[in-house]
Design a binder for this molecule. Structure first.
Ligand code: G3I
Ligand code: 9MR
Length: 569
């Protein structure tokens, strides 16, 4: 039992009440789920924390059996309560929920914490107490002497020679840096900015750059973009897949992790990820020419050079197992080995088309349009291209209009499949296929998809559906965890995150979204529960469900920030 579970139980908090532990907007739906099958018709009450007064009386309804496990639930709906303040839900004979808030801007704290989490992931700089508080730490991984792996040798960059690839974010609970996963993570932050610039103009996360008259979210994204730029070989424009150890480090602080670092094999996915991010960055940073002279041009030319490289190397997968048969030292860290590049081509072309207006990129988007467009993940990024083209619809030339209309229809058709229709009244978990490694990012990316549907169709149902997945991530799920460290009354205390394990501080680094339920349980740890939606455990060895990762945090940033802007005031 984790410490905060113990604290929760001590207050009479019932594990049978699953609720968003942060709270609700006054004018949006408010639902809790009760894990008691025969409770329909039983009364529940909402009680104000400050006065103890009953502010709402309701009745449990809608008993539902999970489609693929033994779970049964009832719903407590108190959407009609519009009072603001701190409350809890109480059911006679069952117990109470933890305290939650009803207020405008109820997710502001999560928005700030989830963005700040990227600062805590920064390599190559010390985290100072003024910004990191008790999680301050020494610099890790300067990455100024990174060896060319034998798989990456090319011309003047011979095996064993060294280059510098400093900065960027650690990918996850490990200390390696992967271009492929950096791509979707950075792009998701950049897209959050492009969709909601005014919100981010004033969102202060207290990072070293907070006073430079550039929104923190862009400063943060730029920290990783500069690293990505260093992963491009100036000789040919190709991009290395990753900057990595040969093997995963032990559970040590980053400054103690001093194993040799390598850049490993160039690849098509890495090149196209760099294209997409730099093309997007070029148009965003264009207006910050005073703060960053030349940056937009550098981004754009890096994108164009990587694009040319990819045209010459259109099908170069990163297959680590194959590589290890021929090249030394063997590399056993994360693979992010995608084999299908159609979606990367579409995304990269869409970004370059939007930034440059050049018709050849439009032709490439058109050539890569697929029927099977999906909720994004690190290996499936085509939808990111859709989002960008739809976002810039008004500036698109006449010849692109038909394509944009088709994209809009596909987006909305897909979004219509993501209605809340399961035991937890969430979109997440409609199918057990949702519960894969990093399932919480599935939930977050489904939410973003629905947000984009709302942005193009202005139908509030999409917003409400997206909100159900925020409720899911913050506690209305079968595990009863709020999956963001440091948030809510029951959140992960033991994520698979090396600094959190090694720093000697009881509380994990805050603002991190853990992977979430994963039926695969590839870490082989002993799980208390093994059904699709319960296969999560708060143990630090459980990397298949309790690791953290930048591509899981980024869609959380987007989702809660978007809701802050779009919720009914
Ligand atoms: O896509 C299939 C799905 O179709 C199938 O139904 C399901 C059944 O198990 O598997 C799905 O594939 C899984 C895939 O994740 C889903 O994205 C694979 O089994 C699973 O092995 C794969 O896990 C990846 C994991 O690395 C292992 O390679 C995760 O996506 C990925 O997020 C994770 O990334 C790691 C890095 O390698 C290293 N750094 C930490 C990071 C986070 O754990
Ligand atoms: O810590 C590693 C984590 O970041 C990865 O996601 C995971 C899967 O690749 O691997 C973890 O490292 C473990 C390794 O795979 C097996 N030996 C134990 C390592 C630490 O738990």
């Amino acid at each position: 039992m984790s410490l905060n579970t113990a604290a929760a139980n001590a207050q009479g908090i019932s594990d049978d009440i699953k609720i968003n532990q942060v709270g609700f907007y006054p004018n949006e739906p408010k639902v809790a789920v009760v894990m008691i099958a025969d409770a329909a018709g039983k009364p529940f009450r909402i009680i104000a924390g400050s006065t103890g007064n009953v502010v709402f009386n309701g009745v449990l309804e809608h008993p539902v059996l999970s489609a693929y496990s033994s779970l049964k639930t009832c719903e407590a709906n108190f959407s009609q309560l519009h009072d603001t303040g701190s409350f809890y839900l109480d059911i006679k004979g069952v117990g109470r929920s933890c305290n939650f808030k009803i207020q405008h801007h109820v997710f502001r704290e999560v928005a700030i914490a989830s963005l700040k989490a990227f600062y805590y992931q920064r390599a190559s700089m010390p985290l100072l107490p003024a910004f990191a508080g008790k999680w301050s730490r020494k610099e890790g991984h300067p990455d100024t002497t990174v060896l060319i792996h034998s798989s990456a040798a090319f011309k003047k960059r011979a095996t064993g020679s060294a280059i510098a690839t400093p900065g960027g974010w650690y990918d996850a609970g490990d200390y390696n840096k992967y271009v492929v996963n950096s791509g979707i993570s950075t792009a998701t932050l950049l897209s959050a900015y492009e969709d909601f610039p005014r919100y981010f103009d004033s969102l202060n996360t207290n990072i070293p750059e907070s006073r430079n008259r550039v929104p923190d979210i862009l400063d943060e994204a730029l920290y990783n973009m500069r690293w990505m730029l260093s992963m491009q070989d100036p000789q040919d424009g190709g991009v290395y897949n990753k900057c990595t150890n040969a093997n995963f480090d032990g559970m040590i602080m980053p400054d103690k992790a001093i194993a040799p670092r390598y850049v490993v094999q160039k690849g098509t996915a890495a090149a196209l990820n760099l294209v997409a991010v730099m093309a997007q960055g070029a148009r965003i940073f264009r207006k910050y020419g005073n703060q960053f002279p030349g940056l937009a041009d550098s981004c754009q030319s890096a994108a164009e050079r990587a694009w040319s490289w990819a045209l010459k190397n259109p099908d170069m997968p990163y297959n680590q197992d194959e590589m290890n048969k021929e090249k030394l030292p063997q590399i056993t860290t994360g693979g992010y080995g995608d084999k299908n590049f159609g979606d990367e081509w579409l995304w990269a072309a869409a970004e370059l088309f939007t930034t440059t207006g050049s018709k050849m990129y439009f032709e490439k988007v058109l050539a890569q349009m697929r029927e099977d467009i999906r909720v994004p993940s690190w290996s499936s990024v085509g939808m990111l291209g859709y989002y960008t083209l739809l976002r810039h619809e008004n500036q698109m030339p006449e010849y692109a209009k038909v394509m944009i209309r088709i994209m809009k229809n596909r987006l909305l058709t897909l979004a219509d499949n993501y209605m809340p229709a399961n035991t937890f009244h969430t979109v997440m978990g409609n199918t057990k296929k949702d519960f894969i490694w990093g399932s919480n990012s599935v939930a977050a990316n489904q939410g973003i998809l629905l947000m984009n549907a709302y942005l193009v169709a202005a139908d509030k149902k999409y917003l409400e559906w997206a909100l159900t997945n925020i409720d899911y991530l913050l506690g209305r799920n079968a595990t009863g965890y709020c999956f963001v460290t440091g948030i809510g009354c029951k959140s992960p205390m033991h994520p698979h995150h090396r600094p959190s394990i090694a720093d000697g501080i009881n509380e994990p680094v805050p603002g991190l979204l853990v992977g979430g339920p994963n039926e695969g349980r590839q870490d082989k740890v002993n799980y208390e529960h093994k059904e699709p939606e319960t296969s999560y455990t708060d143990q630090d060895g459980a990397y298949a469900s309790n690791e953290i990762a930048i591509n899981w945090n980024a869609p959380l940033v987007y989702l809660v920030s978007a809701m802050e802007v779009l919720s009914r005031k």
